[in-house]
Design a protein around this ligand. Structure first.
Ligand code: F6P
Length: 533
């Protein structure tokens, strides 16, 4: 199957993209769902390629695996766990069974507690030592940070609660910079950690507690824990009434829908948070029920596989023309690369093909003035995933939004059409260049074109829409993982570095000899030690 797809990719490369457009291609290579439109017509996929990709998804058992996920089967096989972030946004009243037990009563009870707590923080009924809470600091990293940070920024037009801040890095600069200027007596700290053991988070949490203890008599009263390890949160000194737990079947990078999303709920309010869940739930139902070709996550995944596996493009750029989605690329880096950046298949077989691509990006139009040079003219082809809202939240600045949209659409057009040497020559002639200089200048103005992109367009970035978008990407990662035969829900690759960091702490402090370390590491340790006297 892959061999066929690769040979189709070779043919497609010679054919380009623009010539594929007939009267119906745009509509035919588009998926519309619930107010969103995903246009993948500006890719080199034709009907035969799409047919082969759809057949591949079927052959690799995507529908059965999808059903296994939604029904609580332990599809995270290396950890023996179900994968049920979808239960956190199941507002349908339908049960979700894990090991013969309905998990929904527990999920809904926690959601109700979150609503009540967030409401009391927002209304001022919950007080710090100095009165109503003005600032919330979420301390967490990875999945306990990227989602809420991204979403709070994205939904700023709805954020009428206390200000939310996010601390993740163990670099003291992060927490020092965040706490500076905050009033400890009116600050609430959320310690967000699924395991409640992550070094960065526990170190920052201890720093925050010491900061608060300097002026507040009972600092523990202004701490909240968001964790699966409720016992550990209790041992750390957080009262059970302020511990919001979730089950191990919620993966860290899939956890924004439950307690890890508390900062978002405090920022935008419970009603807007429910809309956020509803958007994701709508995408879940669509993903589960829509025929493959009309299924947005499925087609986004197949487009991704086409580019990465068949065409051999090593990276993909996520380019939101939506400033409030500035942290979406970082969020998707964890979602996609921690999920599918694997070297072995589910059954332990070493992969003899690439797994997930490198994902990167920046909001437009900023990226245009930075790295688009490479995207347009560099030798590497970078499939671009554009996204843009038809309307902005600033009615007074509609003219700016129009410019933003125009830029987004122009980029995908330019990538596809390019500019050939003759057109470049004509341009140079117009500019007054002649002879050899005209030719030399023209060569620099050639755009190869035939560079693929997709565009996701939506009306306005609302809580509902953001929920849809995140769930769309979650399911895209799932489909790609199933087709590649991976476990998208473990992350063993992050462990070795953590283990070595633990051994290096005492070495740097000079308490343990560095004999066992390689020459390079010894040299670096010596430098640090001598710089610290
Ligand atoms: O190191 C990777 C990781 O385990 C991520 O998967 C996770 O999102 C992050 O660390 C934070 O983990 P925790 O929520 O347990 O602190």
């Amino acid at each position: 199957m892959w061999r066929d797809l690769k040979s189709m990719a070779t043919t497609a490369r010679g054919r380009g993209i623009a010539p594929l457009f007939d009267g119906t291609r745009a509509a035919d290579f588009t998926v519309r769902f619930d107010g969103m439109l995903l246009d993948y017509s500006k890719t080199s996929m034709d009907g035969a390629v799409r047919g082969a990709l759809l057949a591949l998804a079927e052959e690799r058992g995507v529908p059965a695996r999808r059903e296994a996920m939604f029904t609580g089967e332990p599809i995270n096989e290396t950890e023996g766990r179900a994968v049920l972030h979808t239960a956190l946004r199941n507002l349908s009243g339908q049960p979700v069974m894990v090991n013969g037990e309905d998990v929904m009563p527990g999920v809904l009870a926690t959601l109700a507690r979150m609503r009540s707590f967030a409401g009391s923080v927002r209304s001022g009924a919950f007080k710090g030592a100095g009165g109503a809470i003005t600032d919330v600091v979420n301390i967490g990293i990875g999945g306990s940070h990227l989602g809420p940070d991204m979403a709070v920024r994205a939904l700023m037009p709805y954020a009428d609660g206390p200000r939310c801040h996010f601390v993740s890095n163990v670099d003291g600069a992060d927490i020092a910079g965040t706490l500076a200027g905050l009033d400890p007596a009116r600050t609430l700290v959320l310690v967000a950690s699924k395991t409640f053991t992550t070094t960065e988070t526990m170190t920052n949490a201890a720093t925050a507690r010491a900061w608060m203890a300097a002026t507040v008599d009972d600092p523990g009263a202004q701490f909240v824990a968001l964790s699966s390890a409720e016992d550990k949160a209790g041992e750390w000194g957080i009262d059970p009434s302020r511990v919001f737990g979730f089950e191990d079947w919620v993966g860290g990078r899939y956890s924004i829908w439950g307690p890890i999303g508390l900062s978002l709920m405090i920022a935008i309010g419970a009603e807007n948070f429910t809309e956020f869940l509803r958007g994701a739930e709508a995408m879940d139902i669509h993903f589960r029920k829509a025929p493959a070709q009309d299924n947005m996550p499925m087609m986004l995944a197949l487009t991704g596989l086409w580019h990465h596996q068949a065409c051999g493009y090593a990276t993909r750029a996520v380019l939101p023309y939506d400033q409030r989605l500035a942290r979406l690329p970082a969020y998707l880096q964890q979602l996609e690369m921690e999920s599918n950046g694997k070297g072995v298949a589910m059954d332990g077989r070493t992969l003899n093909y690439g797994s997930g691509p490198v994902v990167w990006g920046e909001p437009g139009t900023n990226g245009q003035h930075a790295f688009y040079q490479l995207i347009h003219q560099g030798p590497e082809v970078v499939p671009c995933e554009f996204m843009v809202a038809a309307r902005g939240h600033e009615p007074d600045l509609a003219h700016q939004h129009a410019l933003l949209v125009a830029n987004c659409l122009a980029q995908s057009e330019a990538l596809m059409h390019g500019r050939d040497l003759n057109a470049a020559r004509a341009l140079m002639k117009e500019m007054g260049f002649t002879g050899a200089e005209q030719e030399r200048q023209a060569r620099h103005r050639v755009f190869p074109g035939a560079r693929p992109s997709t565009t996701l367009i939506y009306d306005l970035l609302t809580p509902y829409r953001l929920g849809q978008i995140i769930a769309l990407y979650e399911h895209r990662v799932f489909v790609e993982g199933v087709i590649l035969g991976l476990n998208s829900f473990d992350q063993w690759g992050v462990e070795l570095g953590k283990e070595l960091a633990n051994t290096l702490g005492p070495v740097l402090a000079g308490n343990v000899p560095m004999d066992g370390k390689d020459g390079s590491t010894q040299q670096l340790v010596t430098y640090v030690q001598s710089s610290n006297g």
